[in-house]
Design a protein around this ligand. Structure first.
Ligand SMILES: Cc1cc2nc3c(=O)[nH]c(=O)nc-3n(C[C@H](O)[C@H](O)[C@H](O)COP(=O)(O)O)c2cc1C
Ligand code: SF4
Length: 424
């Protein structure tokens, strides 16, 4: 299945039936969604919770946390729960959440309704920053009589940290869309101090399939630890971005073939958006699932993969570190000082004016800054720094010596490397 209803193509893996993408150029309205069997009455919320648990569905927002565990924790934390469908998608190299919200808003709202029923919520939010997503959700809500609870659309200014779960809660509570210290986590005390489920919109979009078909058919695709299909935004290699729906566990080499990029050209990839750092050509031996990516010291995260072909990995890493320096929320000393220091060394290395001592400091920061700060932005920055040093020692040495061939005519520079333009 292939569609070009947006500026980028969407392609579903032909080996399995598409669950999330839709083979149409039009935004799916209520009649079309109902025609596909959407908004089925829910007879037994406990039974659906058990199906979610046995499905092994893990979150698609980046951390791959089991949805069933989160649902049960929020449900058990008492009455008056709140659900947030997180569609902020601060990751510049990802388009999947905006695609879902713009094209299949009812699929997301149906998932939100089912999650709310499981945790007993009477209040829900769709949290976005993209204007077209907001319009699409508004239109979808106006088509519906009721979802059995109050649903509000909550819009914020876009930002890398705005989609972090405590930032979403803080914004809805009337504060800035910036992370706050944990504990408490949202499932303990979130919106108005109530137990709050924050789930990525793609995660929620899997619930109608589970309601309709159950956990066994869900597990028919994917691996034991990463069941189901997932949305993958593939950028880089000087090609237009494509949004794929793929079964977890697909060999990376097969994705490359589908994308039409020769493995010979691939030097590596920036994984999980900007979060999981760089992988060298070892990426060619991976399969696209959370457990394999972890084994390779990387991560699938939100499913965004940027292929590095002609660009120099040192220059790519320098751009991403500079991005974190600009986009961190400026709240935690370790983070705004740490990202600034790592970005400075990254830039100096790209420009071949860094010293061995600078690299020693970058290495040390990539270890000691891990886990610091209110959110995981520093982890993302340390992932990029450490993976550059570990995965691309020859390129780092070339830059130290000023002999990088790729950068001799001007190094790769981008404010937001591999950003997917928000065109609809
Ligand atoms: C810096 C940072 C930014 C994040 N941005 C997003 C985002 O834009 N969208 C999202 O769904 N999750 C984002 N997350 C993850 C959320 O905190 C949270 O784990 C997620 O929304 C939970 O949904 P899931 O369990 O369905 O993945 C971010 C996390 C961090 C640390
Ligand atoms: S760790 Fe960084 S990005 Fe996260 S809240 Fe603190 S300053 Fe902001």
């Amino acid at each position: 299945m292939e569609a070009t209803d947006t500026a980028f193509r969407t392609v579903a893996w032909s080996g399995c039936q598409s669950r999330l993408l839709r083979d149409s150029r039009d935004r799916e309205d209520l009649a079309a969604y109902r025609g596909q069997g959407g908004y089925r009455p829910l007879a037994d919320a406990d039974e659906l919770l058990r199906e979610v648990e046995s499905s092994g569905l893990v979150g698609r927002g980046g951390a791959a946390f089991p949805l069933g565990v989160k649902l049960r924790a929020v449900r058990d934390n008492g009455r008056g729960a709140v659900v947030i469908a997180n569609g902020e998608e601060g990751e510049p190299a990802s388009i999947k959440d905006r695609w879902l919200l713009r094209n299949r808003p009812h699929l997301v709202l149906d998932g939100l309704r089912l999650a709310a029923a499981i945790v007993g919520a009477e209040r829900a939010y769709v949290y976005v920053s993209d204007v077209d997503s907001a319009r699409s959700v508004e239109a979808a809500l106006s088509e519906l009589d009721s979802l059995g609870m109050r649903v509000d659309l909550w819009t914020v200014e876009p930002g890398y940290v705005a989609g972090e779960e405590t930032a979403a809660v803080r914004a809805i509570n009337g504060g800035p869309a910036k992370p706050s210290d944990k504990p408490p986590r949202p499932f303990e005390a979130g919106v108005s101090e109530r137990p709050t489920l924050v789930s990525n919109v793609e995660t929620l979009a899997n619930l109608p399939f589970l309601q309709r078909h159950g956990s066994a058919p869900f597990r028919a695709e994917g691996t034991a630890l990463s069941p189901g299909t997932f949305l993958a935004t593939i950028t880089g290699a000087n090609r237009p971005p494509v949004l794929y729906e793929l079964p977890h566990g697909l060999p990376f080499a097969e994705l490359l073939a589908l994308h039409g990029v020769s493995s010979e050209r691939v030097r590596g990839a920036l994984m999980g958006g900007y979060f999981a750092g760089l992988l060298n050509r070892a990426v060619l031996d991976t399969t696209l699932d959370h457990e394999t990516m972890r084994r390779f010291g990387s991560g699938l995260g939100c499913g965004a993969v940027s292929l590095i072909t002609d660009d120099c990995p040192v220059a790519v890493a320098a751009s991403v570190l500079a991005y974190f320096d600009r986009e961190n929320a400026g709240q935690c000393g370790s983070c705004f000082n740490g990202t600034a220091a790592m970005a400075a060394v990254g830039g100096a290395l790209r420009d071949s004016v860094a010293t061995k001592e600078d690299l020693g400091r970058l290495r040390r920061w990539s270890v000691v800054l891990r886990g610091r700060g209110a959110c995981a932005t520093l982890d993302a920055a340390t992932n990029v720094a450490a993976s550059l040093l570990d995965q691309f020692p020859d390129e780092v040495a070339d830059h130290l010596a000023g002999t990088c061939h790729d950068c001799s005519h001007g190094a790769f520079r981008a404010d937001r490397p591999y950003q997917v333009e928000a065109v609809s």
